[in-house]
Design a protein around this ligand. Structure first.
Ligand code: NAD
Length: 356
């Protein structure tokens, strides 16, 4: 890989390679854009097939965080830490080394739990760095906030499609009965919506059904369910050329990351008359919740959740802009995020540093 070429392509600022000779840690820290503030993004530990794959993931994910944070209205840039070691071979020594490297960046990067890391791993890292977010005594598990943001986004989709945000009498099909999907189902059923749910582990969907009265379908059938909103809350890349023709819905709005297999799918959804709520907005509740740790007096759940519940309003602005510009909702959302970064960069240009 031509690393500088790859960085130039999407405007990355910094790529840092860290190696610890005692534990064998190989960690890549990618900083995409820090116009709005220090980098904020999780730490991922994955069994990558090659070094290039690990670098590409760090670059892709850090860029995604820039957009997610900018759109969410928080004062953080985009970064990502990627550990390029087998997650099975993770040791306390390795995690402490990772923490030490984050500490060396002296607040340029804040990180926390992501794929391949447990809350306990983050606590081990806390021995060597202060720059961690989402710890249990602060904002903790973000899934309730992510579910609230998804719920608020579904209301926005209903508002845009039917002229009223009320879920009562509407039908939502949820893919994935995990932390987010099950909480979302509870909220929707409480509002009088009909919910259909599935999970690769059917007992998880059955548990939600027993509690809420939701209908369960086998996971391979969820794309064919006729519904008002299809809500992907499982894995990424599920919107593709095979699944798109099967959708019998007016809107797609769920928490799963990277739902579009390719960017062209956004255009295909638009052409098919299906409203797509960009995933990085819908699942922004997690990051908005975390950002509250930096507010006056430290994390306050009530204040954080009030902000998370406003995600739907931001989404409505995206729908309006996409319509006005005749673009996809993904493109409109990216432009809104870019506008915010540009405005702040422009403002900063006018501040002349004082001589000491
Ligand atoms: P989770 O692991 O608790 O739940 C995901 C569920 O999806 C699991 O029960 C799994 O069995 C099921 N699943 C996987 N593949 C499936 C398939 N093909 N068909 C049906 N079910 C399938 O995860 P979560 O915390 O509920 O998060 C859900 C999604 O939202 C993930 O993509 C996650 O990256 C994203 N997200 C979560 C948060 C958060 O705070 N939890 C924040 C932002 C984004």
């Amino acid at each position: 890989m031509d690393i500088f070429q790859a960085m130039a392509e999407h405007g990355h600022e910094q790529l840092i390679f860290n190696y610890d000779k005692v534990s064998g840690l190989r960690m890549i820290v990618a900083l995409h854009d820090t116009t709005l503030g220090p980098g904020l993004g999780g730490m991922r530990n994955w069994r990558y097939a090659s070094e290039d794959e690990a670098i590409a993931d760090a670059l892709r994910l850090s860029r995604g965080m820039t957009y997610k944070n900018a759109f969410a209205g928080i004062d953080f840039g985009g970064s990502k830490c990627v550990i390029y070691n087998d997650p099975e071979e993770k040791t306390d020594l390795l995690l402490r080394a990772a923490g030490r490297f984050v500490e060396m960046l002296a607040g340029r990067v804040y990180t926390g739990e992501d794929v391949g890391l447990t809350p306990n791993d983050v606590e081990v890292m806390a021995h060597t760095t202060r720059y961690l977010v989402g710890r249990p005594h602060k904002s903790g598990d973000p899934s309730k906030a992510a579910a609230l943001g998804t719920y608020s986004s579904i209301r926005a989709c209903l508002q845009h499609t039917y002229g009223t945000p009320e879920p009562k009498g509407r039908h939502v099909a949820i893919q994935g009965a995990g932390n987010v999907g099950s909480d979302l189902a509870r909220r929707l059923v409480q509002d009088g919506a009909q919910v259909t749910i599935c999970d690769l582990y059917p007992e998880r969907a059955e548990a939600v059904a027993a509690e809420t009265g939701a209908r369960v379908v086998p996971s391979e059938e969820i794309f064919d369910v006729e519904c008002d909103v299809f809500s992907p809350c499982a894995l990424g890349l599920i919107l593709n050329q095979e699944t798109l023709p099967r959708l019998r819905t007016k809107a797609v709005c769920g928490s799963a990351n990277n739902q579009l297999k390719t960017p062209e799918i956004a255009e295909a959804l638009r052409t098919a008359g299906i409203l797509y709520a960009p995933d990085f907005i819908v699942n922004g509740g997690g990051i908005v919740n975390i950002a509250d740790e930096f507010e006056d007096g430290g994390y306050q759940r009530e204040r954080a959740f009030l902000r998370v519940a406003q995600i739907g309003e931001r989404l409505l602005a995206v729908f309006r802009r996409a319509e006005a510009e005749g673009s996809t909702t993904s493109a409109a959302a990216e432009r809104i995020a870019e506008d915010r970064i540009k405005a702040v960069a422009e403002q900063q240009r006018h501040f002349v540093p004082q001589r000491p």
